[in-house]
Design a protein around this ligand. Sequence first.
Ligand SMILES: Nc1ncnc2c1ncn2[C@@H]1O[C@H](COP(=O)(O)OP(=O)(O)OP(=O)(O)O)[C@@H](O)[C@H]1O
Ligand SMILES: CC(C)(CO)[C@@H](O)C(=O)[O-]
Ligand code: BAL
Length: 292
Amino acid sequence: MQTLHDIAPLRETLQTHRMAGRRIALVPTMGNLHAGHLALVDRARGLADVVVATLFVNPLQFGAGEDFGQYPRTLESDRDKLAAHDCDLLFAPSVETLYPDGLETQTQVQVPDVSEGLCGGTRIGHFDGVATVVSLLFHLVQPDIACFGEKDFQQLAVIRKLVADLHFPIEIVGVPTVRAEDGLALSSRNGYLGDDDRALAPAFHRELSRCRDALASGRPPDAALSEARQALQASGFRVDYLEIRGPSLAPFDIARHAEGRLLGAVYLGSTRLIDNVAVSLPRPTGSGIRHG
Ligand SMILES: Nc1ncnc2c1ncn2[C@@H]1O[C@H](COP(=O)(O)OP(=O)(O)OP(=O)(O)O)[C@@H](O)[C@H]1O
Ligand SMILES: CC(C)(CO)[C@@H](O)C(=O)[O-]
Ligand code: BAL
């Protein structure tokens, strides 16, 4: 596997692949790789001739007081994991390489509406930073395909809208969340949890699953959400948000949607965890909607 840190050799190498008619798949990451990231690489491997992973802890998507400085940087072991999963090229630029004029004057990309609320409601400006760096990576790599995890469900929706609005000729592939055996969604930030909080953390997914089952059996959404919030608080979580949205994150309207997404973010101490599950609700009788 080739590792590149600069833009010129990246462009040159990719141009050679493009001239040879090879399909290129991109897997953007912030590193500290785990089996969730590697599932994206495996999916990319199955869909393209050339797999490019990127490793960049993007300062533009971290708010003041967030963990940019503390975020784990593990280039050597990440490189070994990517090579073992048959990745062809790792692009790991410095902040100065991607943003040579500094962050203050950097041109930014905003994806309105879908970036607001949920994680965007708490992490103000976060999705502008994500949309900006992903646009930059799309321009530099010009992939045919790009793979993103469903664990970051709002991010996936933001990127789908970005690609549609800016007419990027890129197929966006969403990959299901990879979980630990106890159900906790794998995430680099799980490493911040001490032993006691790590033991508590799987209760987050258990409550989401319980809420999903309650909704499927006809519990009214407001009641099911309120019970799940109470259960999470009683277990020691601080709930940031817990919401049901339509499948592409539009507001959930039970008269129009049967399928949706239950999304949540919680804090254990200062560690913020996110997760989401698909939900399927019975339509209320008398909704006037007919199927078939
Ligand atoms: N458990 C997982 N299953 C599937 N995809 C995942 C998982 N965790 C992360 N990803 C995906 O990997 C890509 C890179 O994510 P990132 O490097 O931020 O990892 P992360 O573990 O989510 O880190 P963080 O803890 O900072 O959120 C994103 O597309 C993300 O959705
Ligand atoms: C997509 C991404 C690599 C952009 O920095 C990041 O938000 C992530 O790791 O999910
Ligand atoms: N996993 C999405 C990147 C972030 O939390 O900043």
